[in-house]
Every structure is written in structure tokens, then in C-alpha cells.
Ligand binder design. Structure first.
Ligand SMILES: [Zn+2]
Length: 156
């Protein structure tokens, strides 16, 4: 009989202990839920901002690669034109003069490096103008930058 009472007391104690633990867990869960509710929008916005940032980086990289290729093609065309001019020269001194000219030109052009366009600040577009479109939404219209051909890059 004594043992049974002891056993029941012990069981009761264990039950109370479990109840305390469950309550504590519930409180922790509630805290986590609150945290999630409070920050889920912030985190979503953060992720979106990062995604946009990386999209922009990739877009600019593509532009740089594309522009580099265009630049190289232009250079090759120029060299081809120069070569045909040289080939038309009959005189060796003329060829030497032309070569000197080309050498100087090459030195100048080889120093060409890409720079952020100072007009549009690398955006490829000029600062925006606020416009109201037909469904009354206000939009920012950005005119294309003609200095850099909308690439955001100038060479020199
Ligand atoms: Zn520009």
C-alpha cells in the first residue's frame, strides 16, 4: 500500500515535470512563430533585393562581354582597312611612314580601357522623368544614353 502511494506520487511528479517541459516548449514555439511572422517579409524583401542585385551584375557582365567583342570586331575591321591601304602603297618609304603612323595609333588605342559612362553613371539610361501612364500609374521613364550607346561603358 505504501509502495503504491509512493509510486503514484512519483508518477504525479513525473507528470508535473512533463507539463512544465511541454509549457516551456510551447513558449519556445510561440517565440519562433512570432519571429517568423515578424521577419518573413523582411527576409523575403532581402532575398528579392539580392536577386535583383545579381541580375544587374549578370546583365552588366553580359554587356561588357558583348561590348568587348564589338570593340574587337571594330579593331579588326580597322586593321584590315589599314592593311589594304599599306598594300596599295608602291613605295617602301610610304609603307614605313604608314607603319609608323599605325604604330602610334596602336599605342594610343591599346591604352583604351573600359570606363563607367560619366553621363549615365554606367546605367545606360539617363536620369528618369516621372510619367503618368493611361491607367494613372506613375512610372519613371528613362531615356537611353547615347554617349555610351546604352552600354554604360565608354572606352578611352
Ligand atoms: Zn551612358
Amino acid at each position: 500500500m505504501i509502495n503504491l502511494t509512493g509510486f503514484i506520487c512519483d508518477m504525479q511528479f513525473q507528470m508535473d515535470l512533463l507539463t512544465v517541459k511541454i509549457n516551456s516548449l510551447e513558449k519556445s514555439m510561440k517565440k519562433l512563430e512570432d519571429f517568423h511572422d515578424e521577419f518573413k517579409d523582411v527576409l523575403k524583401k532581402d532575398i528579392q533585393t539580392h536577386r535583383e542585385m545579381w541580375d544587374e551584375v549578370y546583365k552588366r557582365l553580359e554587356t561588357i562581354e558583348l561590348y568587348n567583342i564589338t570593340h574587337q570586331i571594330k579593331r579588326i575591321a580597322q586593321i584590315e582597312r589599314d592593311l589594304s591601304t599599306i598594300l596599295k602603297c608602291g613605295d617602301l618609304s610610304e609603307i614605313r611612314e604608314r607603319l609608323d603612323e599605325l604604330e602610334q595609333q596602336k599605342e594610343t588605342e591599346c591604352s583604351d580601357r573600359p570606363h563607367k559612362c560619366p553621363i549615365c553613371n554606367g546605367d545606360g539610361k539617363l536620369p528618369g522623368v516621372l510619367l503618368k501612364n493611361p491607367d494613372s500609374k506613375i512610372e519613371i521613364y528613362k531615356a537611353p544614353c547615347h554617349v555610351c550607346d546604352e552600354t554604360g561603358i565608354v572606352w578611352g
